[in-house]
Design a protein around this ligand. Structure first.
Ligand code: NG6
Ligand code: CA
Length: 512
């Protein structure tokens, strides 16, 4: 598509009324948008990004029919801050309380704030989030798990939600649909605590004999379905999810939402549990990858992608639906359960050519698989443009003719031309954020990592953190694996990027 001829849909909407009255012309159809947001999927975990030990045919097909980005980024090396940025268009590191959220965290994004969902809702889309939420629920005093849950997705522009409140490894292990826990028996109320044990239910720490999957670090509190979690809960027996069925349940809900809204434009943020821990794929995938539960969860994720594609095909919606597939952060192998992920890697490299992984300031933490398919408009291929998930908000606002106020989405730029394959360059720079707060900035070929304290290796996950008391500078064009620190030879570039990063921090925003 020629973007110089691109007119935002808002403007087209006005024109179409006049032209349809005059000539009976059809109003242009707004494209549907489906974001498939994987959890902890590594840059090298799927075959279209170079994996050879595992095959992901559905994701590969999506890539073949769309644009596969090689230089695309989430904003942070963990879930909550990446999701915060994706939805608000603001770097999470600007705000306190945006680190990995507990299962009883209150709403991290204030109700009523402009989000990607509210923008789409204002543009006349039906909006939904299905899957992992991990942005807190409820206001002061916490979510009422036994009553109406306020300050959730419905207060941020989502018409519908069916969510895992936090993560699969954090209590409460129940789904929430709109404002209620699904399948709750009022006579068996849920209690949740992240401070002190609720000693009604056994813990993994005291009763390892009850476990079907053992923790390797952390994850030794309340046992649910034979797996000990982070946090304590009791009650809600009839509402507990079955880990083996999570992918089936949420994929079904996502497909249903698409079906129910096939005649309207819709926006679906489909946030899978795969491939986060605990990795407990359905029996259909068990043993199929030869890499244990982590590989099997990748196959389950690929199946999920195939089901969404099939649903769109069956409803004849594929042509005019933008499907984006990406991940909230990079790969991790041992993330706290003894699931043989390390032992059965079999030469597979989850981060591909990148250094580090989840939690880290190296690109393994934040450069992610990123595919955009829109058959009606996008010419298939690959793109090296620098793109970031933080730009969805401004880009789709522009696409649908929505105006943003000055206070909205302070770090989100309209990058539609890069997302659609028109611009080969994309952003001028992007900031990345590690789990300990360390920042880096990528500008053209250069990546600068700010100096600071901290261990170099996370011994639990065996991840290189990227921490260094000295400034680091890498030339990603010649050294994608960030092996050779060329800061000493390039003081001018170090100075320029140090100052740019400082300005980005000081200004409090980057979109003016
Ligand atoms: C860590 C957990 C890890 C994972 C992560 C969040 C321990 C020892 N580790 O604290 O297993 O849950 O938080 O992952 O508890 S994320 O992808 O949701 O950010
Ligand atoms: Ca994650």
């Amino acid at each position: 598509m020629n973007l110089s001829a691109f007119v935002p849909y808002g403007a087209l909407g006005i024109m179409s009324v006049a032209s349809s009255q005059l000539a009976g012309a059809q109003a242009p159809e707004k494209p549907n948008i489906v974001i498939i947001y994987a959890d902890d999927l590594g840059y090298g975990d799927v075959s279209c990004y170079g994996a050879t030990k595992i095959s992901t045919p559905n994701i590969d097909r999506l890539a073949k029919q769309g644009l596969r980005f090689t230089n695309a980024h989430c904003t942070s090396a963990t879930s909550t801050p990446s999701r915060y940025s994706l939805l608000t268009g603001e770097y999470a590191w600007r705000k306190r309380g945006t680190g990995v959220a507990t299962g009883d965290a209150i709403a991290i994004i204030k109700p009523g704030r402009t989000t990607l969902a509210s923008v789409m809702q204002n543009a006349g889309y039906k909006t939904a989030v299905v899957g992992k939420w991990h942005l807190g629920l409820g206001s002061e005093g916490g979510a009422d798990w036994n009553g109406e849950i306020t300050s959730g997705p419905m207060d941020l522009g989502f018409d519908y939600n069916f969510i895992i409140p936090a993560t699969g490894d954090r209590v409460p292990c129940v789904f929430v649909e709109n404002r209620r826990v699904v399948g709750l028996d009022p006579n068996d109320p849920i209690k949740v605590s992240f401070n002190e044990p609720i000693l009604v239910e056994p813990t993994g720490k005291d009763h390892p004999e009850l476990l079907k999957m053992h923790p390797s670090h952390g994850h030794d509190m309340t046992i649910v379905n034979g797996i000990s979690r982070i946090g304590y809960m009791s009650g809600g027996k009839s509402a507990l999810w079955v880990d083996e069925d999570i992918a089936d349940v949420i994929t079904g809900k996502a497909a249903k939402f698409i079906e129910n809204n096939k005649d309207k434009p819709f926006f679906l943020y489909f946030s899978t549990h795969d491939i986060h821990v605990p990795r407990v794929p359905n029996h259909r995938f068990v043993g199929k990858s030869g890499m244990g539960p982590r590989g099997d969860a990748i196959l389950e994720f690929d199946w999920t992608v195939g089901e969404i594609m099939k649903t769109l095909d069956n409803l004849k919606l594929s042509e005019n639906t933008i499907v984006i597939l990406t991940s909230d952060n990079g790969s991790v192998v041992d993330d706290g359960y003894k699931d043989q992920a390390v032992e059965l890697l079999n030469g597979h490299t989850p981060a591909g050519p990148l250094r580090g992984g989840k939690y880290s300031v190296f690109d393994g933490g934040t450069r992610v698989a990123f595919i955009v398919r829109w058959p009606k408009t996008i010419k298939p291929g690959t793109s090296d443009a620098l793109v970031s998930q933080i730009d969805f908000l401004s880009s789709f606002a522009t696409m649908t003719g929505q105006k943003l106020y000055a206070d909205d989405a302070p770090d989100s730029f309209n990058q539609l031309s890069a997302l659609l394959g028109e611009s080969k360059t994309g952003r001028d720079w992007v900031v990345e954020h590690a789990s300990n707060g360390r920042l880096s900035i990528i500008k053209v070929d250069w990546k600068f990592i700010e100096p600071g304290p901290g261990v170099k290796l996370n011994v639990n996950t065996n991840t290189e953190t990227g921490n260094d008391p000295l400034p680091q500078l890498y030339n990603l064009k010649t050294d994608l694996g960030e092996k050779s620190n060329v800061a000493p030879q390039n003081p001018g570039i170090v100075k320029e990027l140090t100052e740019l990063l400082q300005k980005i921090k000081n200004d409090g925003r980057t979109r003016f």
